[in-house]
Design a binder for this molecule. Structure first.
Ligand code: DGY
Length: 419
């Protein structure tokens, strides 16, 4: 599909702000953490140097304690809320004070494995290794101070799946601050409100931001947050990223003992997320100790983490069977399913990539290529949108979206079904 390849490259070029890429202009006018990692895979299809640069810019914004923020506000933009003046983290460059699911080490490994210029790639990867290690250490220490093997997520924005129904119970029992500063959302000026989270969600998002700001984003917010969840996505991505970090460390003769300890601990703890009736991984509310009742596609990211078994694949087959455009983030027959509302049903190309990659590595390249073909068809018919209605394929959210363009170039349009 040469035309779509060209279009995807144009999107990345237009969203390139010089060393980093915005997810889409208007709605998300800054650098987002996990977006940039997937975007690097797209750049690698035609400009390896630019691919490395995307991750280097992201990691150059790492905090001294190792945290890589969810958003880096390299420049001002009044079109987004909440911007740097609300977060007020006092960091340079300006950033949020929370993180996002860790994929940098996994993307660095993929860049290195696929490099056309291996020695240049080794040089770039080696230089990033200490930063990746520091970010993983931050996750395992600041977000799992008791060494339980599960890391805590303290804000729905950290999961990247802001309004997933997996958070409904934890959100419902959380009180909105009575003195919450009045605010004006900007997202609904760019995208129809029916495709975005509700005001009741935003009130809670902002309550959490104000609390973290009052505590100067110190590590104690892990314990203080009224919203504390063991998110399957974050924990599965961290496990995969730890495995990839260990692989990278081995390439460069660096010790891996600590990383192996993190891996062993996570493998022992992750079964706590499994729903007793179905075996599907669910979000664990760390305040109440209860599993969220609603299963989501985040549970299938166990495949990306190398934990998928025959039962996982069977559940995935049942999940996608009735869906015209898989993989729906919420099962289409779930009572909470909404086909166009952000993380309450839509299909996302980058999530499909991770699930397919896991399937290809679990001996199911046939199912991986089914998901790949479905994603390709979605983009061919409906364009490079942020996410898609799994029933009609209609593009939703932001248009000309960087990670959708990147997933086209790196995976959906290619022969290889995995990463
Ligand atoms: C947003 O603003 O919608 C983002 O998801 C926050 O990271």
């Amino acid at each position: 599909m040469p035309d779509l390849d060209a279009r995807a490259r144009v999107i990345l070029g237009e969203n390139d702000r010089g060393g980093f890429t915005v997810p889409t202009s208007g709605l998300y006018p800054f650098q987002w953490n996990w977006d940039s990692c997937f975007v690097a895979l797209g750049f690698a299809a035609f400009d390896e140097d630019r691919a490395w640069q995307e991750i280097e810019t992201l990691l150059s914004s790492q905090w001294a304690d190792g945290m890589v923020p969810s958003i880096i506000f390299h420049q001002d933009d009044p079109g987004y809320f909440p911007g740097p003046e609300i977060w007020a983290t006092g960091r340079t460059p300006h950033s949020t004070g929370i993180t996002q699911p860790p994929v940098a080490a996994s993307c660095v490994r993929l860049l290195l494995e696929q490099a056309r210029d291996r020695s240049a790639a080794e040089h770039r990867a080696r230089a990033l290794l200490p930063k990746l290690l520091a970010s993983h250490r931050w996750f395992h220490e600041a977000r799992d101070p008791s060494g339980s093997g599960l890391v805590t997520t303290i804000h729905p924005w950290e999961t990247g799946m802001d309004n997933s129904p997996a958070w409904d119970e934890a959100m419902a029992r959380m009180e909105v601050a009575p003195d919450l500063e009045p605010y004006e959302r900007r997202d609904t000026g760019h995208v129809d409100a029916s495709q975005r989270p509700h005001k009741s969600d935003y009130d809670r998002y902002m309550t959490l931001v104000e609390l973290f700001r009052r505590h100067g984003y110190a590590h104690e917010i892990e314990a203080l947050s009224p919203w504390r969840v063991a998110d399957p996505c974050t924990n599965f991505l961290l496990l995969r990223a730890d495995r990839d970090l260990a692989w990278l460390a081995e390439q460069f003769g660096e010790p891996t003992r600590q990383i192996q300890i993190w891996i062993t601990r996570a493998e022992a703890a992750l079964p706590r997320l499994l729903h007793p009736a179905t075996g599907h991984p669910h979000a664990l509310d760390l305040v109440t100790g209860e599993l969220a009742p609603t299963p989501t596609s985040a549970g299938f990211l166990s495949l990306w983490a190398g934990l998928g078994d025959a039962a996982t694949i069977e559940r995935l087959e049942a999940w996608i069977a009735p869906t015209p455009y898989p993989v729906a983030s919420v099962a289409i027959d779930d009572r909470r399913f909404e086909s166009r509302r952000y993380w309450r049903g839509p299909t996302w190309a980058f999530a499909n990539f991770m699930i397919a990659d896991g399937l290809a590595r679990s001996g199911r390249p046939d199912l991986a290529s089914r998901i790949q073909t479905a994603t390709r068809t979605l983009i061919e018919r409906h364009g490079f949108f942020e996410y898609f209605d799994p029933l009609t394929g209609e593009g939703c959210g932001g248009d000309s979206f960087s990670w959708t363009a990147a997933m086209w170039l790196a995976w959906a349009s290619r022969d290889r079904a995995g990463g």
